[in-house]
Design a binder for this molecule. Sequence first.
Ligand code: HPA
Length: 278
Amino acid sequence: MKEYFTLAEIDEVVQAIRNNTKYKPKVGLILGSGLGDLANSIEDPDFISYKNIPYWPTSTVHGHTGQLVIGKLEGQTVITMQGRAHYYEGYSMAEVTLPVRVMQRLGVEILIVTNAAGAINPEYVPGDVMFLSDHIAMIAMTGNNPLRGPNLDEFGPRFPDMSQAYDRVLLEKARKIADNNNLNTFSGVYVSLSGPSFESPADLRFLRAIGADAVGMSTVPEVIIARHSGLRVLGISGISNKANLDGTTITTHDEVLEAGKVLVPRLTTIVRGLLSEI
Ligand code: HPA
């Protein structure tokens, strides 16, 4: 396991990807659990298996394919992660977020990051879409911040601002696109935990009390790294299950994957709409 990457190592990965694609992507797309099928609409794609990229973390989780899909979508050149690695799989924070460092060096300016999340807000039901208006970096604030370690000044400052982690212009555009397509969406606060165990009812009541609307095991580390180097970020949670604040139902990974089937067409509409407007 590598705790930190140097710029030279990051650029080694960049070179390996450049050697396998003709494209120069401007938009990065990270697809969460059960949401990988969104990459199927990419035109004239180059595929690069994670196994063939140096240092690249591969997901061991069912519902994560494990390849880059690089190509055209709505006239934009996109690099898509069909599956992502998580901290709970045993990777370091540097490894989990390496793909975002690499995207930035490849020339990506906008990152669209998706995840499957549990609904803490009682108004949300499985299949709903929540745009991230902000996050609670629970996993990072207790010490596991992906920026821990030597600062890479080429990317950004030692103490980066997080007051506007999610780009307001992208968020407004995405909301309008959803409205125009009769998709009911919410904007809310995502809290990231390490997982892999789901939350206890007392965990969930605590998370509700501190202002979280949805809970998941990813996204925030990638967003912190993206913001460190000034990428504009849109975050989207696909609500896969109701978090169980009173302990009366159980949560399963199958439920998360099942909700993905309803969510993929909705997220595809939003992402395509957004790409056609930027
Ligand atoms: N909790 C944490 N992570 C999740 C959940 C959940 O209920 N659903 C999907 N990812």
